[in-house]
Ligand binder design. Structure first.
Ligand code: RUQ
Ligand code: CUA
Length: 657
């Protein structure tokens, strides 16, 4: 029996192998170039101790996190917790970072994170920050790339499903957000079949200041279409943002049929410079809208959470010139702007061709008032007046396009499971290569900026199937790395990802490495419960709250013996890591704590809340193997009955004889 299974497996694999070989080795004689052409293994090999050339930031999708890979090796460097609690780092479990996950719905320790987006200066990735959207409970987060930690999260009100987000403008003036689902505006208890009267679609501009601090600048009130993706203009189209929409039918049930009726949906073009003028003129309505801005402070090592109460809303009827609709076949998903800023690619999922609008034509059509009609105050431009080109029958099910620095575009096709390379301007297809399988987004370092860094392309696939050893019914998603330095694309590497990597961003390592922080200077620590040396350690009781000011240094805690804690107390372990050496964190965990451990970086203070349940003596210990005597890095907390009068005491290294 077992023998038979083996044979079946063997023959399946053999057939598959032949098929895959046939698919991936299409006319090898045509492979004209690529410095990496002949040896895929050495092209991705980064010798032990050497660094990768690029960072790749991959969204975790439903894991709510970002994972950081080195490219070309595909080595996982780090997982950065963003919207989800992370037991590994204590993020969202310690008292300092809990406020990061505050929303108007309460504490939400999860989200669905789709699109990482690097900050830009003059349209080039600058390595300062990485933004990412939370899709489910609409939010945008900013990660500081000096620390690789989540520094800020802003909630997006009047929105349902923040999918077309957080794409940036060319100097990171704004990151944008657009509602994927039409929702009642204002949110209220109405019949779902009152969609036509009560539902709206809100697009949001979040201002980013020089320190990276975010807040909502304004919102634009539009019809209740589903706004799917976005990209801002660059170069000549700087000042505009383009949002795709589907469900321009405005249906609310069985969308797979009902939202696929219209021949064309729209790309909404927003003139955000015009919006700024209207705001400056006071031509907006200040509308009540609750949302949180959560910020982590690197000096206090704590996050604070601020409730905001209103937003400025612009309505197209009152703001001529603010929004135009560009008809685009058919249910477009991604919208991508080429490096020159002239071409706007609408990736119509259900369209046989790829539609490319011309920015120049768009401006001309606006000037000549070439309008088909007007919807809720938004002029619909004539399709044949804005079209700049068509890539004819390139593949099935286009989703996303990125660019290299040589005037080429690369589009993913989900249904035909391939990446197709084509020429911007002539629209001819130059090359195609299969993906394994069903590719969604793709990423070229800098591939959505003014200056793509090129060299590699990463396909982010939705289905993995037989690419790795099976791991039960669930297989991690696959990413595939291609060499795009030659005329023909070449597959170099497969590697698994964390969660669902909807999208990724890549950047050459030199734009980040020199700014990377190694420690937090202890003298700058302004945490209210810090202990800047063992002399400052103490235990303080305030009613039922017990504050333990604790320090760590290789290889002990101070204090490490604590008595006088009672059942029913709230015990706060405020732990300061006194180390000032790169890569020497300490951890702390205590038996029976209902959250996680802490992982405290050199110079940082973090707090674990522990509510002892039962009398006894409970060990705590360091969770991160920090020195030869790491196993000795431990201590005890004695817990007495709720009514006991064991005096509060603490010590470390008292003579035990
Ligand atoms: S998605 S596969 Cu960006 Cu969430 Cu397109
Ligand atoms: Cu400190 Cu292990």
């Amino acid at each position: 029996m077992r023998h038979q299974i083996k044979i079946i497996l063997f023959s399946c694999c053999t057939i598959l192998f032949i098929v895959l070989m046939a698919l991936s080795c299409q006319s090898p004689k045509n492979q004209t170039g690529g410095m990496l052409n002949n040896n895929a293994a050495s092209a991705v090999y980064v010798a032990p101790g050497e660094y990768d050339e690029f960072y790749g930031f991959f969204s975790g999708g439903f894991s709510g996190q970002v994972s950081v890979y080195g490219l070309p090796s595909g080595r996982l460097l780090k997982v950065i917790p963003v919207f989800s609690q992370d037991a590994e780092k204590g993020y969202g479990y310690n008292e300092e970072t809990k406020p990061m996950l505050n929303t108007t719905y309460g504490f939400i320790p999860w989200d669905d994170a789709h699109h990482p987006e690097l900050s830009q200066t003059n349209g080039e990735t600058d390595g300062r920050w990485l933004f990412i959207n939370g899709n489910n409970t609409p939010r945008i987060a900013r990660i500081d790339l000096t620390t690789f930690e989540t520094a800020e999260i802003v909630e997006i009100p009047n929105s349902g499903g923040n999918h077309s987000s957080p794409f940036t403008t060319e100097n990171t003036e704004y990151v944008v957000a657009g509602t994927r689902f039409g929702v009642p505006y204002p949110q209220q208890d109405v019949a779902i079949n009152s969609y036509a009267e009560n539902f709206k679609g809100m697009l949001t501009y979040v201002k980013v200041d020089g320190d990276g601090h975010m807040d909502i600048a304004f919102q634009v009130l539009l019809p209740a279409f589903d706004y799917d993706l976005a990209h801002s203009g660059k170069g000549k189209s700087h000042g505009w943002t383009f949002f795709t929409s589907y469900n321009t039918e405005e249906k609310y049930s069985l969308l797979e049929v009902n939202a696929s009726q219209n021949d064309k949906d729209f790309i909404a073009a927003i003139n955000w410079k015009k919006a700024e003028e209207y705001i400056a003129q006071g031509n907006f309505k200040e509308m009540p809208a609750d949302y949180y801005v959560n910020r982590y402070d690197e000096k206090t090592h704590m996050a604070t959470s601020n409730l905001k109460k209103s937003v400025k809303v612009l309505t197209p009827k009152d703001c001529p010139g603010l929004v135009y609709f560009l008809p685009t076949p058919k249910s477009p998903h991604g919208v991508d702007v080429d490096p020159t800023g002239e071409y706007i690619i609408g990736n119509g999922k259900l369209s046989a061709d790829l539609t490319v609008h011309s920015f120049t034509n768009m401006l001309k059509a606006i000037e000549d008032e070439e309008f088909e009609t007007t919807i809720e105050g938004v002029p619909v431009l004539k399709y044949d007046k804005v079209i700049g080109g068509v890539v004819t029958k390139p593949g099935l099910g286009p989703l996303h396009t990125e660019f290299d620095n040589d005037g080429n575009a690369y589009t993913t096709f989900f249904i035909s499971s391939e990446v197709v390379k084509w020429k911007v301007g002539t629209w001819e297809v130059l090359d195609r290569i299969p993906t394994y399988y069903s590719v969604g987004h793709l990423m070229i370092p800098g591939g959505d900026s003014k200056k793509p860094q090129g060299k590699y392309l990463v396909a982010l696939n939705k289905i993995t199937k037989d690419r790795y050893l099976p791991t039960g019914p669930e297989m991690n998603h696959s990413a595939q790395l291609y060499d795009i330095s030659g005329d023909k694309m070449k597959l170099l590497l497969d590697f698994p990802t964390v969660g669902e990597p909807h999208y990724a961003q890549g950047i050459s390592a030199d734009r980040i490495v020199s700014k990377s922080k190694k420690i937090y200077p202890i003298e700058e620590n302004e945490h209210p419960y810090r202990a800047l040396g063992e002399k400052e350690t103490k235990v303080v009781r305030e009613g039922k709250k017990v504050h333990i000011y604790m320090t760590t240094i290789r290889s002990h805690f101070a204090p490490d013996n604590i008595e006088g804690v009672r059942v029913g107390d709230e015990v706060y372990l405020h732990v300061t890591n006194l180390e000032q050496d790169f890569d020497v964190p300490h951890g702390v965990a205590v038996q029976g704590a209902r959250n996680a451990e802490l992982l405290i970086m050199p110079g940082q203070t973090e707090t674990l809340l522990w509510k002892p349940q039962k009398e006894g003596v409970y060990p705590f210990y360091c969770t991160d193997f920090c020195s030869a005597l790491h196993q000795e890095m431990q201590g005890y907390i004695r817990v007495s009955s709720a009514t006991s009068n064991t005096p509060l005491s603490w010590s470390m290294g008292e003579s035990e004889s």
